[in-house]
Design a protein around this ligand. Sequence first.
Ligand code: ADP
Ligand code: MG
Length: 513
Amino acid sequence: ACSDGDEEQVSGAEVIAQALKTQDVEYMFGIVGIPVTEIAVAAQKMGIRYVGMRNEQAACYAASAIGYLTGRPGVCLVVSGPGLIHALGGMANANMNCWPLIVIGGSSERSQETMGAFQEFPQAVRSSIYGRPGACYVDIPADFVNLQVNVNSVRYMECCMPPPVSIAETSAICMAATVIRNAKKPLLIIGKGAAYARAEEGIRKLVERCKLPFLPTPMGKGVIPDNHPNCVAAARSRALQFADVIVLFGARLNWILHFGLPPRYQPDVKFIQVDICAEELGNNVKPAVTLLGDINAVTKQELASQKSLPMNYYTVFYHVQEQLPRDCFVVSEGANTMDIGRTVLQNYLPRHRLDAGTFGTMGVGLGFAIAAALLAKARNTGQRVICVEGDSAFGFSGMEVETICRYNLPIILLVVNNNGIYQGFDVDSWKEMLKFGDATAVAPPVCLLPNSHYEQVMTAFGGKGYFVQTPEELQKSLRESLADTTAPSLINIMIEPQATRKAQDFHWLTRSK
Ligand code: ADP
Ligand code: MG
């Protein structure tokens, strides 16, 4: 652009500085020299902080760390030739780390065809932060820096938007949820990709809700604090070696993670990879599930899908234990319900747990609960009785609910309902099965009628009944039941029909030497 008399002039350097400012660049690191000194001066005038370093490599490291920490690229300013060569180390490091960075170098005079560097900035910013983040180089022709142009002849491109957020395929999300749920020894590995994605809140929820142990990589440290009870960093080698399912949140299976191969891992370990870069998926190992998308968004998808899955024993007892008063009586019977419940539900007082006992009797629970509630009433202790029943166990003495209601005992009955003895079928499988014959011929003897509304046994006699399928419904109904100190209630808790307890490890019994 030619200058004409009275119009305000602006230099190439000022145009560059303004273009960077327009792209929200806050920091510039570098070493000046011909032809880039004026760019640093102009940037400073524009309010960009300029940090003069002693070697372009260090300047580049600094600029890339700004990119990692803020999600917008830092700029590294270098001279042509040796300046740019020195910067290469920093550019390579930024690329390997997947950190956004813009390097601006001065070069020889521009040829006629060049568009002018300021027009390249939106592209440079975009390619440094979109997709997998990395380094970007913008070459500034030497004569451009000091060229004077008419201020009104310059147009700046709008600030480049933050990267569009991509989410993973729904079917892959469901598959990942199932693989995690069926894992016996799951492990979450949190990498610097998760840190860059600012996914801390979602990942923390996932860890806590699904009770997942996690291991941070060196720069994944702090996404969830190191002192979190689920952090297994102290047993890193063991955690890697024995996990049967590993979820990689923004961490690559490179040398830092021993390439994901035996003997550091189980030969049949299932990897679930979450990454924004498609080329990364399947690197070194064949993953069980790949989730291509932004970690923060994928974590939220995963959380939503976990919520829609049926509860299992551990989820149920976890939420029950959270609300149980310390002085309550716990009465329990059933198979898995009693066994797993015993490991999660806490007792703080002697003679406050009654269960199937020495004889392993089913059907004792409601009688025991009535006795405990009568004593609490007579002694006026205000203690509650929580009766945790499997659906099959409840069947043996279910009609005692009438007794409970007749004497108005504020017992809380929890029926942990898996549609069967030990295990049952869901409604669809049940219906499907009946196509092959009469239930007496085809139904596994352990099955009970699916989705039975046992809570209606309670409402039939005037007590409160709840049918719950989600943790939220369970929490709410239990809170209401505990708050009501006068009336009995029954919470019918639907869990996954095939849910079982975690496999036991009897290695000390079977080991030969
Ligand atoms: P670490 O050194 O902590 O193991 P890596 O550098 O090996 O971490 O892996 C980081 C991974 O995170 C890269 O594969 C990169 O593509 C990915 N990544 C970066 N940002 C995101 C994001 N927003 N969402 C998903 N993956 C991301
Ligand atoms: Mg890694």
